[in-house]
Design a protein around this ligand. Structure first.
Ligand code: NCD
Ligand code: ZN
Length: 496
């Protein structure tokens, strides 16, 4: 990879040579289709081709992509091996140690695509495109924070090819028109943008939405995320309907009865700051309630952004009892504890809040034991002005799409809590299972949604593709960098 880039740089720097080479390239691109082994040449072809591929992906066109010598990690088949992969017409068409041989014998041999890009993935990991089941793209209504297009760019930069948008837009996604709008804008981004719909009308916590109608309009699941549901009987009715419709529900678990000041844990830090804080009890009581409701109704539920050690223990028990529960943790909840608020102020304020080191340890145990199945970002963009307000007045939430994979590698894989395979499992096939998506795995015939990343590259968090920059990780040195994101067979992000 390094070789390719230095190759590329000297190519760009030398203006005169560039002309000559580009003439040569035009002539050689035909040869390139047959001969895929000249590294430097193919990298030049790739540079040109990648730009075409991005254009084509946006216009619904295709380029054939050969990914050479990558470390292919696929949790579904438990594959971890160096191999090549060929992608065409939006699908993986061949995978194996000898792609040229596979291509000759593949039914897709004789591709109709007019370009071939060869990506040298030596030293890089090739994995299923990441899936984030918890993002806030703020569109419609709050697009000064983020919109579907900037959100999708941030996702692609973070290696994500599928995201599930939460319903707390303005208006909320409680009606067919808003869902149609999100899907229509999402379809222009190059990645898969799926809307979740609200459980209650206006997210008022009182009246159930017409879930069947909203499912017809593309709702992949239902949630009032941001606002906890206080009415247990209503939650039960929503679960009964979700069973009938075969859709998941996801829950933000914080009982307002036990929140004095949102976004900061009630404990040592809130005392030091002289504010009330949000007690872990707020989460624990609601997790307990919804675990039991799920057990009794048989609904598939997702407990969102777990912050408390007790919730990990309760979900473990409820799963053992047979409840169909999946649980999410955010990168910030496994990376930081409540003391981050002292250092980062409003940039470490989120719901539920960062809690104690003991809670974090329990979360790590939950991840190891698969009590926590999913890593989800809760990408929650807010403007600079909003986050500059005093701690008690600023909105809760931080962005996460562009740092998620690297935080998982840095804070879970590097210290030895999880293997890379386990991290990828919690960011691909498990989230796909929750939302019943035929995604999140690698195989001939599967959708060509891929992330290619350098698992060892050190980088510093400085700038974002997101409209927002409300992250406590700015300035941090992280390990693991996304190099390419491929969605539906097109390159939607490339690190240059
Ligand atoms: C989220 C937001 O800003 O929409 N905020 C947050 O602190 N997490 C809502 C949410 O996911 O709870
Ligand atoms: Zn939430």
């Amino acid at each position: 990879m390094g070789k390719e880039i230095s190759c590329l740089k000297s190519y760009i720097l030398s203006a005169m040579l560039a002309e000559a080479i580009s003439y040569g390239l035009q002539r050689k691109s035909a040869i390139g289709k047959q001969k895929l082994s000249e590294r430097c040449f193919t990298s030049f072809l790739g540079f040109d081709g990648i730009k075409r591929s991005i254009r084509k992906a946006r216009n619904g066109g295709y380029t054939m992509i050969i990914i050479r010598n990558g470390r292919v990690i696929d949790p579904k088949s438990q594959t971890d091996a160096i191999m090549n992969m060929a992608v065409d017409q939006g699908k993986i068409i061949a995978m194996g140690p000898d792609t040229e041989e596979l291509l000759r014998t593949s039914p897709a041999a004789g591709t109709k695509s007019d370009d071939i890009i060869v990506l040298d993935a030596e030293g890089l990991v090739v994995a299923p495109g990441l899936i984030d089941v918890h993002v806030h793209f703020r569109d419609p209504g709050l697009t000064y924070k983020e919109d579907i297009h900037t959100g999708a760019h941030a996702a692609a930069k973070g290696g994500f090819t599928t995201v599930v948008c939460m319903a707390n837009t303005r208006p909320p996604a409680d009606n067919p028109e808003t869902l149609d709008y999100i899907r229509s804008e999402g379809s222009k981004t190059g990645i898969h943008v799926l809307p979740a719909a609200a459980i209650t009308v206006g997210m008022n916590g009182e009246t159930l939405t017409d879930m069947a109608l909203l499912k017809q309009h593309g709702a992949c699941g239902f949630t009032d995320d941001g606002l906890p549901l206080r009415d247990a009987a209503l939650v039960k009715r929503a679960m009964d309907e979700a069973v009938r419709l075969n859709v998941p529900l996801s829950f933000h678990e914080e009982d307002p009865a036990f929140i004095e000041t949102s976004g900061v844990n009630q404990g040592e830090v809130s005392r030091q700051m002289g504010i009330g804080g949000a007690s872990a009890l707020a989460e624990d009581v609601m997790v307990a309630r919804d675990c039991m409701l799920a057990l009794h109704t048989g609904a598939t539920i997702d407990i969102q952004h777990i912050s408390s050690g007790n919730s990990v223990k309760m979900i473990r028990l409820a799963k053992q009892m047979g409840a169909d529960i999946m649980a999410e943790v955010t990168p910030h909840h496994f990376s930081l504890d409540e003391t981050a608020v002292l250092k980062h102020g409003t940039l470490a304020k989120m719901n539920p809040p960062l809690r104690t080191e003991l809670d974090r340890e329990e979360i790590l145990r939950g991840l190891q034991e698969n009590v926590i199945d999913i890593i989800a970002t809760d990408h929650a963009p807010h403007s600079v002005e909003e986050k500059e307000r005093p701690l008690t007045e600023a909105p809760s939430g931080i962005i996460g799409l562009e740092t998620s994979l690297a935080l998982a590698i840095t804070n879970l894989v590097h210290p030895g809590y999880l293997s890379l395979m386990q991290v990828i499992e919690k960011m691909t096939v498990n989230p796909a299972r929750l939302y019943r998506l035929d995604k999140g795995y690698l195989a001939a015939g599967a959708d060509a949604d891929l992330v290619i990343f350098d698992p060892g590259e050190l980088w510093t968090v400085t700038e974002f593709a997101s409209k927002a920059s409300n992250s406590p990780f700015i300035g941090d040195r992280l390990i693991g960098k996304v190099k390419y994101t491929i969605c539906g067979g097109g390159i939607v992000y490339q690190d240059v």
